[in-house]
Design a protein around this ligand. Structure first.
Ligand code: AMP
Length: 289
C-alpha cells in the first residue's frame, strides 16, 4: 500500500510485548485491516486511517513530530525519548504494566541507591537512568547496553542495572533484586498536538475508550425485593446509576447495572445473600457512556 498523505495515521508496535495487545485493541475498537506479509502499513477498513507497524522505540518521536497522529506505546518509551511534553496522553490502556527499576545483586549487599555512587550501572534506557541518578544526586558510570540487561552484573560489566521489570522472574533468575522503582509504566494512547483530522482522531479515541470501559466492567441483571433495593444499590451503584424496572409482583423489581469486572463474583455472592434472585452476569463487548 502507498501512503495517502490525507489519511490519519496510527502507529502501533510491530514487535515486542505490546504488539499483540495493541492489535487486539484495534480489532475490538472496530479498526480492521489486512496486513500483507510484513508490510509496514495497512489501510483500515471504512475509515480514512492508515495503521503503521513500526518499532516501539520509534513511536514517541513519530507522534511528537506529527508523522503519526496517534500511537500505542509504553509510557516508559515516551519518557526515554524525551517526548512527554511533545505529545498528548489520551488514555492508559491497561496492558503492558511494568516498572522501570534499579536492581542490584542481593549477595553483594547493595540495598540502597546511594551505595552505587561511583559504580557502574548498565541500562538500555540510559536517558531515564541518567535523569534518575541526577535527581538522586548519586553520580554513577552508566554503561549503555541494548538488551539482556539482567545478565550484565553476572558478566562483570556493572554493579547494578536499570531495567523494566514485569514479574521480577528475570531479575530473580539472575540473582538480582529491585532496590528502587524509578517509574511505573503501561501502554498508553498518545496523540500528536496538531493531528491531520481532529474529528476522526476523536472518533478513534472514543472507540478505544469504549473498549477500555467495556473491559473493566460487566453487566449484572437481577431481581430484588423492593424492601432490599436500597441495600442492593449500595452494592451495585453502577457506572452512573442502575436501571430499575417494575416486575409484575409489585413487591419486587428488576435491576440492570454495570459493575467492576474484577469483583463481580463477590458482588453476586452478596446480592444472593441479600435475597436477590435470577442474577445474570453478561460480558460487555463495547460501550459508550
Ligand atoms: P520479567 O521477568 O517479567 O520481570 O520481565 C523482565 C524482562 O522483560 C526484561 O528484560 C524487560 O526489559 C522486559 N519487559 C518487561 N516488561 C516490559 C514491557 N512492558 N515492555 C517491554 N519490555 C518489558
Amino acid at each position: 500500500m502507498r501512503l495517502d498523505t490525507g489519511l490519519t495515521r496510527i502507529a502501533i508496535p510491530s514487535k515486542g510485548r505490546l504488539q499483540e495487545a495493541s492489535e487486539s485493541l484495534l480489532s475490538a475498537a472496530g479498526i480492521g485491516y489486512r496486513r500483507r506479509d510484513r508490510a509496514l502499513m495497512a489501510r483500515a477498513k471504512g475509515l480514512d486511517l492508515a495503521v503503521l507497524f513500526v518499532r516501539p522505540d520509534d513511536i514517541p518521536i513519530l507522534v511528537a513530530e506529527g508523522a503519526a497522529d496517534l500511537g500505542i506505546v509504553g509510557r516508559d518509551l515516551v519518557t526515554e525519548h524525551g517526548c512527554k511534553k511533545r505529545v498528548k496522553e489520551l488514555a492508559d490502556l491497561d496492558f503492558g504494566h511494568c516498572r522501570l527499576a534499579v536492581a542490584a545483586r542481593e549477595a553483594a549487599g547493595i540495598t540502597k541507591v546511594s551505595q552505587l555512587k561511583g559504580r557502574k550501572v548498565a541500562a538500555s534506557m540510559v536517558h531515564s537512568a541518567e535523569s534518575f541518578f541526577k535527581r538522586k544526586r548519586v553520580p554513577v558510570q552508566l554503561v549503555e547496553v541494548s538488551g539482556s540487561v539482567e545478565i550484565m552484573v553476572a558478566l562483570g560489566l556493572a554493579d547494578a542495572i536499570v531495567d523494566l521489570v514485569e514479574s521480577g522472574d528475570t531479575l530473580r533468575d539472575n540473582g538480582l533484586a529491585v532496590i528502587e522503582t524509578i517509574a511505573e509504566s503501561q501502554a498508553i494512547l498518545i496523540a500528536a498536538k496538531k493531528p491531520r483530522d481532529a474529528k476522526l482522531l476523536g472518533v478513534i479515541q472514543r472507540r478505544i475508550e469504549g473498549v477500555l470501559t467495556a473491559r473493566q466492567y460487566t453487566l449484572l441483571e437481577y431481581n430484588v425485593p423492593r424492601a432490599k433495593l436500597k441495600e442492593a444499590e449500595k452494592l451495585t451503584p453502577g457506572y452512573n446509576s442502575p436501571t430499575i424496572s417494575e416486575l409484575e409482583d409489585p413487591k419486587w423489581c428488576a435491576v440492570k447495572v454495570m459493575v467492576p469486572r474484577k469483583n463481580s463474583i463477590e458482588i453476586i455472592d452478596q446480592l444472593e445473600a441479600l435475597g436477590a434472585s435470577a442474577i445474570l452476569e453478561t460480558a460487555i463487548h463495547n460501550c459508550r457512556l
